[in-house]
Design a protein around this ligand. Structure first.
Ligand SMILES: [Zn+2]
Length: 162
């Protein structure tokens, strides 16, 4: 490895999710309790990236529980929020298509409309855990309960597999 991934302080990489600097541990000397792994550096690493606290706090790789937080963050809309918002605006049909492919229920136009209304009402693009990689999942997660009474279920071998 070369600069900027190596410096006097150790070995570094990017977190694939939040793009913060990650320190690589256990590469040369084996660790007592863990195998080699990376840990968010929580400081700027020259040549890698500056530490971004908000992205770090939202990164699923540093949290023990990966449940999505379906509440908007406090503060103004960020550029990232606007990118998500515009992505949803431009690709709403793709989001519904992807959810249709992934879920065992048939998503009708009226259900898609309710999902969208709910996403707008709850400002899903500002959810703490929303990012450009998880838009469809945050989109459907914004709906705390979908009334499935009368909903069509796809013909599948074993519903429990879902
Ligand atoms: Zn991260």
């Amino acid at each position: 490895m070369q600069k900027p991934y190596v410096n006097a302080d150790g070995y570094y990489a990017y977190c694939p999710h939040c793009e913060n600097p990650v320190k690589l541990l256990g590469l040369l000397k084996p660790l007592k309790r863990h195998g080699p792994h990376g840990r968010h550096a929580k400081y700027d690493v020259s040549g890698i990236n500056s530490f971004n606290k908000i992205k770090y706090e939202n990164c699923p790789y540093h949290r023990k529980h990966a449940n999505y937080i379906t509440e908007p963050h406090l503060g103004e809309e960020t550029d990232e929020d606007l990118r998500i918002y515009n992505m949803v605006r431009e690709h709403f049909d793709h989001i519904i298509y992807l959810l249709k492919q992934s879920l065992p229920i048939v998503i009708t136009s009226s259900m898609a409309e309710r999902l969208l209304q709910n996403y707008i009402t709850h400002r899903g693009w500002m959810f703490r855990d929303a990012d450009l990689n998880n838009i469809p999942w945050v989109f459907i997660n914004a709906m705390h309960g979908i009334d499935l009474f009368g909903a069509l279920i796809k013909k599948i071998q074993n519903l429990r597999d879902f």
